[in-house]
Design a protein around this ligand. Structure first.
Ligand SMILES: [Zn+2]
Length: 354
């Protein structure tokens, strides 16, 4: 990536981030853009000499290409097929920041999807749509997502086409994921340097082809940041600010919290039994500390979709109240049908008015 330095305050910037050709901090004059190697260099083994210089991977993709033949043969795959990988990648970023948006160590998720040459453009469009819909499926607001198609001048040397999925972060529209048509570039490149032919033999047509590759490449940390930012909400309830994380139930780390209304009359014991019943099926949380209103609010902030309260009526007829995180509405439900009730509501969840 090209970078520039400010001659006055010595700060360093990514050239692509700048709108004008002066320092955004002090207005000072900038150096000419220079290429900056973002790879982390280190030494492998006990001796620090040139022969043991290694680089930490800046993306997970290359490991997939190296394993292309292995996976194809051992899994007996036919085109089209994909190999997905998730793992750490490292880049010596010029400007890390914006919480976990840009970090020097991050978690990447990539799919290399191998297709017959000639079908690549169609698969490229399919993957753009699938990946866009994935964010919608987990509750991200559509108006905060957009596709940004790279112009020919912006394309990496290996790509025929590339589209970014961008999100309207509080610090501006930024890339969340990229979908690239990498053509047969990588397989050919590995073939050239390793001498091992990376191709696919079609036993119907008896032809060998070098597949084209469609690559969705996303940041796990960025996705997490988007789900959090998009779900975060503050509203005024009876003169008080309520902080609520309107997470999709599938993403909520805790699905339900169980509260005894008071710490006596057998309510805690009853509540603990509900915890034991639900725990094998969902992540649940037990809390008996403080007023029930406080306990609800703590769970609102953690994004827990349901608050279940054991009260005096529970002791009479084995029902509990189930409070909805988003609407704060409560319904009474039989304990015997509680698991089914929660499962159904989580499956039927269609978003909210966030
Ligand atoms: Zn400056």
């Amino acid at each position: 990536d090209p970078m520039v330095d400010c001659k006055a305050c010595k700060k360093r910037f990514r050239f692509d981030d700048l709108e004008e050709n002066v320092c955004p901090d002090c207005g000072g004059e900038l150096t000419e853009p220079r290429q900056f190697n973002m790879m982390f260099k280190t030494f492998m083994g006990p001796v620090e000499d040139d022969s043991s210089v290694v680089y930490m991977r800046p993306e997970t993709a290359q490991g997939i290409f190296v394993n292309f033949l292995n996976v194809q043969a051992s899994m007996r795959m036919k085109l089209p097929f994909g190999i997905a990988q998730i793992g750490k990648a490292f880049r010596n970023e010029i400007t890390p920041g914006n919480f976990i948006f840009r970090t020097r160590e991050f978690e990447q998720m990539e799919i290399e999807y191998f297709v017959e040459p000639g079908t690549d453009e169609e698969w490229y469009e399919t993957w753009i749509k699938d990946r866009f819909d994935w964010y919608l499926r987990y509750g991200v607001r559509e108006e905060r997502l957009r596709l940004e198609i790279h112009s020919e001048a912006d394309l990496a040397h290996y790509a025929k086409a590339c589209t970014d999925i961008e999100y309207a972060f509080p610090f501006g529209w930024k890339e969340l994921e990229g979908i690239a048509n990498r053509t047969d570039y990588d397989l050919k490149q590995h073939t050239e340097t390793s001498g091992k032919r990376l191709e696919f033999f079609n036993d119907q047509t008896h032809e060998k082809v070098v597949p084209y590759v469609i690559e969705p490449s996303g940041g796990v940390d960025r996705a997490v940041l988007v789900f959090l930012v998009d779900a975060f909400d503050e509203e005024t309830v009876r003169g008080e600010t309520r902080v609520v994380l309107r997470l999709h139930p599938k993403l909520a780390p805790i699905k339900a919290a169980i509260f005894p209304l008071v710490k006596r009359d057998g309510m805690p014991e009853k509540a603990r039994r509900i915890v034991e019943d639900l725990q094998p099926h969902f992540a649940v949380f037990y809390d008996e500390g403080g007023s029930v209103g406080r306990r609800y609010r703590r769970m609102d902030e953690a994004g827990t979709p349901f608050g279940i309260t054991v009260d005096s009526e529970t002791l009479e007829n084995d029902t509990v109240t189930v409070r909805d995180r988003d609407t704060m509405e409560q319904v009474r439900v039989k304990i015997a049908g509680l698991r089914e009730h929660l499962t159904e509501r989580m499956e039927d969840w269609t978003g909210n008015d966030k």
